[in-house]
Design a protein around this ligand. Structure first.
Ligand code: G3P
Ligand code: CA
Length: 230
């Protein structure tokens, strides 16, 4: 069962910051999940579309330039990272699950991927792009057919995992409270991996492993990897 560091090692460091990502690498996480938003002139790693909860700023991320955002404190004195700075740190060391929140037009995101792929900093295999916005995932897959797509759902839809197959997804990412053996069987039969979020308690880890989940998102990747290795 793979362990993805949720927003980096966000239980230990400020979420979606470079120290949280560095700690996930240190923990040998199988992947790192990060939330992507667009500002006026760049792509940044931040969960909310508003600055207020996790930074020293106020207002909508999309209304600022990165030069302005770079002055803010995203926790423990760390700035909001750009997506480019994440690629520069992670390189090809582990999988990157980029969850698209509000990225505006896909053009900027695709250009960012292509620029970093062409320079050889990252590779296609390590990328997994997920979102709750399924029409956006569909448009992205049409433009980048090689890209692994993760269909996010906060509950189990009536059609089980069929919605993810229709998106030509690689994986389906489900809230841990809704995932079941029946859902996993349906997803596997459709060739989809099942990843569950957000999982930190040992009893949840044990249950999800027992029913055959392919991966979990953890705020504590170091502790979770250690627990699973025992
Ligand atoms: O990608 C899984 C999970 O991160 C989705 O929920 O709110 O933590 O982005 P959220
Ligand atoms: Ca997320």
């Amino acid at each position: 069962m793979k362990v993805f560091a949720h927003r980096g090692a966000s239980g230990t460091y400020p979420e979606n910051t470079l120290p949280a990502i560095a700690a996930a690498l240190e923990a040998n996480a199988d992947g790192i999940e990060l939330d992507i938003q667009s500002c006026l002139d760049d792509l940044v790693v931040l969960h909310d579309s508003w600055l207020d909860r996790t930074t020293s700023g106020q207002g909508k991320v999309s209304e600022f330039t990165y030069q302005q955002l770079a002055l803010l404190d995203a926790g423990d004195g760390n700035p909001i990272p750009t997506l480019d700075s994440v690629f520069a740190l992670v390189k090809q060391q582990t999988m990157l699950n980029l969850e698209l929140k509000h990225v505006g037009e896909l053009r900027g995101f695709i250009a960012c991927l292509e620029r970093n792929l062409e320079s050889g900093l990252i590779n296609q295999q390590q990328l997994l792009v997920s979102s709750f916005n399924h029409p956006m995932l569909k448009a992205l897959k049409q433009q980048l057919p090689w890209l692994k797509i993760g269909a996010l759902t906060a509950s189990i839809p009536l059609d089980h995992a069929a919605f993810a197959s229709q998106l030509d997804a690689y994986s389906v990412h489900v809230d841990k409270d809704f995932v079941s053996a029946e859902f996993i069987a349906d997803a596997k039969q459709r060739g989809l991996k099942v990843y569950a979020y957000t999982v930190d308690k040992q009893k949840d880890i044990d249950y999800l492993k027992a029913i055959g989940v392919d991966g979990i998102f953890s705020n504590y990747p170091c502790q979770t990897k250690m627990y699973l290795s025992i």
